[in-house]
Design a protein around this ligand. Structure first.
Ligand code: ATP
Length: 202
C-alpha cells in the first residue's frame, strides 16, 4: 500500500481545501518557517488515528480545527482524507475490496471524530489496526518530525526496540495482545463471581 494523496479541509492552517499529491520518492517537505510543514505531518498522523492532542501540539483535539484569523472566521469542522494505492491488494481483510482506499477522519466541534473507509463508517480502532498491520500508523518512526533524530540518538534501548518491532510489522500484534489480556481479566472476574454464587447455593 502506498500513500498517494492527502486532502485537508479546515485542518489547522489549511483552512481551504488542499490536495497534496504524494509522488513516489517524496521523502521530505521544505518551506519557510510557519508555512505549515509540521501541520501536514500532523494531518497524516491524525487521519491514521492519533488520539493524543499533545501529539498535535494542542490542549484538546478540537484545536486541530482552523481557529480563525484576522480576515477569516473559525471553522466548525476539520477533515483529512488519505488515499492509499491498494492495487497490489495487500490491505488487511475488511479493507481489501478495492484498488484504492480512501480513509477520511472528520472532527466537528462538540461532536468528536468520525472515520470512513471508502465512504463506509468505521471505528477508530479499525483504522489504527489497518495502519499497524501495514507497518505504519500515527506513531510510525517513518514520519520524522522536528527534533526526532536527536531524541532517537538519546533514546533508551526499549524505545529503540519499538522502532525495530514497528519495522518488523508486529506492532498490531501488541495491540491485539493487550485487548486479549483485558478480555481475559474480565472473564476471570466473571468466573470468580460465578464461583461465589455457587458457594452460596451449596
Ligand atoms: P517551522 O518551520 O517554524 O517549524 P512549519 O512550517 O512546520 O514551521 P507549522 O508549525 O506546521 O509550520 O504551522 C504553524 C502555523 O499554523 C502557525 O501560523 C499557526 O498559527 C498555524 N496554526 C496552527 N494551528 C492552527 C489552527 N487551529 N488554526 C489556525 N492556524 C493554526
Amino acid at each position: 500500500m502506498r500513500f498517494t494523496r492527502l486532502r485537508l479541509n479546515g485542518f489547522k492552517s489549511f483552512v481551504d481545501p488542499t490536495d497534496l499529491v504524494i509522488h513516489e520518492g517524496l521523502t521530505g517537505v521544505v518551506g519557510p518557517n510557519g508555512c505549515g510543514k509540521s501541520n501536514l505531518l500532523e494531518a497524516l498522523r491524525w487521519v491514521m488515528g492519533e488520539n493524543r492532542p499533545t501529539a498535535m501540539r494542542g490542549a484538546g483535539m478540537e484545536d486541530v480545527i482552523f481557529a480563525g484569523a484576522a480576515t477569516r472566521p473559525a471553522r466548525n469542522f476539520a477533515e483529512v482524507a488519505l488515499v492509499l494505492d491498494n492495487a497490489d491488494r495487500l490491505a488487511p481483510a475488511g479493507f481489501n475490496d478495492a484498488d484504492t482506499i480512501e480513509i477520511v477522519r472528520r472532527i466537528t466541534r462538540d461532536a468528536g471524530s468520525a472515520y470512513k473507509a471508502n465512504t463506509r463508517d468505521v471505528r477508530a480502532r479499525d483504522i489504527q489496526m489497518l495502519f499497524a498491520d501495514a507497518s505504519t500508523g500515527a506513531h510510525s518512526p517513518a514520519l520524522v518530525r522536528q527534533g526526532q533524530i536527536s531524541e532517537l540518538i538519546n533514546a533508551k534501548p526499549k524505545a529503540r526496540r519499538r522502532i525495530l518491532e514497528e519495522a518488523a510489522g508486529i506492532s498490531g500484534l501488541y495491540q491485539r495482545r493487550h485487548e486479549a489480556e483485558l478480555r481475559l481479566a474480565a472473564t476471570e472476574q466473571n468466573l470468580a463471581r460465578v464461583e461465589d454464587v455457587l458457594d452460596q447455593l451449596a
